[in-house]
Design a protein around this ligand. Structure first.
Ligand SMILES: Nc1ncnc2c1ncn2[C@@H]1O[C@H](COP(=O)(O)OP(=O)(O)OP(=O)(O)O)[C@@H](O)[C@H]1O
Length: 251
């Protein structure tokens, strides 16, 4: 589904990533982990079109997407969420999801301005679909709340609902558990499994080791810009090189 071939990223004199290659299988939850400074964020930003790598290729469903910007990737079925939740604060929770759906609708500007019957019907359909995504992530009762007033954990769920409304084939999550309490993290774990079970491939960069070991089908470990190991959670937990890398981390 996603293939990274020899990704190298050099910032000035710093080699943030050095010849990193791995593949992400369709329908799986893949976790990318590693000690501080391992290169996780850099890798994420390359895959999601924010950085352009120094060398190497990113293939999504067999197509080279190495230099495509984020909006083009969304059109191809790859979406992301951010560590610092990014919402439209002045809009309601429901409207935040509707924005994602509007970008996929067909009505022209004049038809919208004149409120033609098919536009009204489409608006109703979008509203209904947005509600279903709120239900999917478990915050439908907050539909009419202004997004700026949401507690942080609920905002993260809204961001996921909005990303899912784009009907992606792959969703990449940047530290989805950051800032969540243990109860919210448990809910997140269940939600990520539901996303996978709905047929969407999930890739996450995450510091919460318990969550990663619990939900991931496969894990890729980075250390000092290189791929140190990959395998099932069991393989990774038992890998002496991984243990040594984490013990050496003063996090
Ligand atoms: N824009 C940049 N300019 C220069 N150096 C950078 C830049 N971004 C990252 N680096 C360096 O690249 C290396 C990898 O950083 P990166 O943020 O990708 O690691 P990380 O695994 O996400 O770390 P953390 O877990 O602390 O978020 C670090 O040495 C970092 O200082």
């Amino acid at each position: 589904m996603l293939e990274l071939r020899g990704i190298t990223q050099i910032f000035g004199g710093v080699t943030a990533l050095d010849d990193v290659s791995f593949t992400v299988g369709a329908g799986q939850i893949t976790g990318v982990i590693g000690p501080n400074g391992a290169g996780k964020t850099t890798l994420f930003n390359i895959v999601t079109g924010i950085y352009s790598q120094t060398s190497g290729q990113v293939l999504f469903e067999g197509r080279d997407v190495s230099r495509l910007p984020a909006e083009r990737l969304a059109g191809l079925g790859m979406v992301r969420t951010f560590q610092n939740v990014e919402l439209f604060g002045q809009m309601t929770v429901l409207e935040n999801v509707m924005v994602g759906l509007h970008s996929r609708t067909s009505s022209g500007l004049f038809a919208c301005a004149l409120k033609m019957p098919w536009v009204v019907a489409e608006e109703r359909r979008i509203r209904e679909e947005a509600r279903q995504w709120l239900q999917f992530v478990g915050i439908e009762e907050l539909a009419d709340v202004q997004a700026a007033n949401l507690p942080f954990g609920k905002g993260r769920l809204l961001e996921i609902a909005r990303a899912m409304a784009c009907k992606p084939r792959m969703i990449l999550m940047d530290e989805p558990a950051a800032g969540l309490n243990s109860q919210e993290t448990l809910g997140l774990a269940a939600l990520i499994r539901r996303i996978r079970d709905a047929g969407v491939t999930v890739v996450l960069v995450e510091h919460d080791m318990e969550l990663v070991m619990d939900i991931c089908d496969r894990i890729v470990v980075l250390n000092l810009g290189r791929k140190l190991a990959e395998g099932t959670p069991r393989d990774i937990q038992d890998n002496p090189e991984v243990i040594a890398a984490y013990l050496g981390d003063d996090d």
